[in-house]
Design a protein around this ligand. Sequence first.
Ligand code: URA
Length: 431
Amino acid sequence: FDAVDIIRSKRDGEELSDAQIDWVIEAYARGAAAGDGRSGAIADEQMSALAMAILLNGMSRREIARWTDAMVRSGTRMDWSGVARPTADKHSTGGVGDKITLPLAPTVAACGAAVPQLSGRGLGHTGGTLDKFESISGWRASLSAAEMLAVVQEAGAVVCAATDDLAPADKRLYALRDVTGTVESIPLIASSIMSKKIAEGTGALVLDVKVGSGAFMKDAENATELARTMVQLGTDAGVRTVALLTNMQTPLGLTVGNALEVRESVEVLAGGGPEDVVELTVTLAREMLAAAGLGETDPADALKDGSAMDVWRRMVMAQGGAPDAPLPSARETHTVLAPASGVLAQLDAYRVGVAAWRLGAGRARKEDTVQAGAGVEIHAKPGAHVAGGEPLLTLHTDEPQRFERALEALEGAYEIAPSNARPDLLPLIID
Ligand code: URA
């Protein structure tokens, strides 16, 4: 095969054959193994041209399935057959204040499933699960495959970084897409996410596909297509896969930022916490348990009776973390007051996410560090009554010079309607 011929075919709207796809991914992964863009038969500039042709012309169902399978085969597929319990995992397409993995993984483990969850870090306005966990003193994200197995055996759940040999073709391709304007393609997003989840080896998978301003997919139509594509890929690979469309028009819960979100998650594990975080945790837990064949257990009980909290503590300690250590807090705060009395008609997820990022909770480049204590605390959710002059948001950062740009991001982020208004709000679980 020749890379230029393959790029031309996709550019001209033709379908790639299985053999062409296998060759492209294998050649590109070979360059990933060598650590540069040249030693494979496909250089980075050629792969970016092909990614752009795919973004513009799409892929057939067969092409997406083969592309995903080739990315799985570019590395190792993990094996949990040594674990006696059925395995179940969740993947969220990412959002603002999305700390659900933190209460969810221990809840599902407390109900009898094993949860092997390989997670990522935040980029741009969306947060990452590993960054949140890392605000716990001593907690380690990088584990060997043997250590992951030991944590699952000990606690029932592990949340950690993927090893380098898990879908290496995707690792290199995702970094390339990030800098070439080729992230926003349903075939490329679906194959990227699902190659990692299939390689992770989970038996059941629940996808939380976010819709709204804070999500990748801003409208329900595109989110539905992404969800259907991923469910098909998982099912074809033998993973019992279901997807929920959920609301990312406003942040989840009352906190956005790493340590702030850990604090809120611990409140949920203690049987309290914000209603939306509890509802989404319990809904996703039910789906995971049903997909794992454990549908008779009620995850809400595990939050009430302390068993999810017990798993949380074991899981944190098994990865070197100190569950009772005080969480870091930012040195400076700034309060945003409600400009008038009335009903909070909206609080925009994207703008709040950008504000938290600018306060230091997120990163602009993969190598940047994050501030554990930075972020935004939310005092009222859309639909609630607010009184003029009362706190609406509290901004947290170690560096007060960051407040100005965070406040700029929040311009137009919220709207207060007259007290008798009934804002038209999307439900938390859309479909
Ligand atoms: N997350 C991924 O892992 N891959 C994508 O392409 C987009 C989001």
